[in-house]
Design a protein around this ligand. Structure first.
Ligand code: XBP
Length: 233
């Protein structure tokens, strides 16, 4: 039977990527880098999962001005971005997507355990959960598998496999909720039944491998009914 639901974070729990993008652009300016990622650029770069990996890809493939200096300070730039991001999130810049809070409550009421499997750094996840669900928000999740805890980021299955290991469950006992093609690939490679709810930046991606697709987790009844259906048989 179904025992747990494993949530992705960015784009799934909340539309966080515009806040990541703003924090990045502010950080570039603070570091004296003449770079600006507009939405089209960010949409393209989001195909590379992980903030550090994305920056490295941009430096090595786009060859922007001051690439060498930036590469030497990659970890500092990423840490500064995350500090700005966490401040914005704590200030209420990001809301949960419709239906997310209700689904979390309904899943817990139904006796399911909750977990997170994300590419994002752990402090960012905690800031988001505290800002949106209250200071005890992170406690609603039995397992938070985040960022560099996995050797390989999505679309590799590592982070979902880590969440399953920490839950002490096999893939048949859990389902994943994702928003992107790469996240879906990661969850599927881990053997999980996967629900996809496309987000601002992932809209239009090929998510035909999903077991279910909902425009929003707030569709009346539908995601919860689907979830309940997964427990049978
Ligand atoms: C989304 C990502 C992250 C965020 C930025 O991950 O790829 O890189 O864009 O976060 P997911 P960091 O969908 O798995 O939650 O800079 O902390 O990586």
């Amino acid at each position: 039977p179904l025992e747990a639901v494993i949530f992705d974070v960015d784009g799934t729990l909340a539309e966080t990527e515009e806040t990541h993008r703003q924090s990045l652009n502010e950080t570039f300016a603070a570091f004296g880098l003449p770079w600006f990622w507009d939405q089209a650029t960010y949409r393209r770069l989001l195909r590379v999962m992980g903030g550090k990996e994305r920056l490295r890809h941009f430096i090595e493939h786009d060859r922007p001005p001051m690439a060498a200096q930036a590469l030497a300070r990659l970890n500092d730039i990423h840490a500064a971005k995350n500090a700005r991001y966490a401040t914005k999130v704590r200030g209420g810049a990001v809301k949960l997507r419709p239906g997310v809070a209700r689904l979390i409550d309904e899943a817990r009421d139904a006796g399911l355990r909750l977990a997170i499997a994300t590419t994002t750094s752990l402090p960012n996840v905690e800031a988001l959960l505290q800002a949106t669900l209250g200071l005890t928000g992170p406690d609603r999740f039995d397992v938070i598998a985040a960022g560099d805890l996995a050797a390989q980021k999505k679309p590799a299955p590592d982070i979902f496999l880590l969440a399953l290991r920490q839950l002490r469950l096999s893939a048949e006992q859990a389902i994943a909720i994702e928003d992107t093609e790469q996240g879906l690939a990661s969850a599927k490679a881990a053997g999980l039944v996967t629900l996809v709810t496309p987000s601002f930046y992932s809209l239009g991606q090929d998510v035909s491998a999903a077991d279910a697709v909902f425009d929003s987790l707030g569709e009346p009844g539908a995601p919860a009914r689907w979830l309940a259906g997964q427990g049978r048989g």
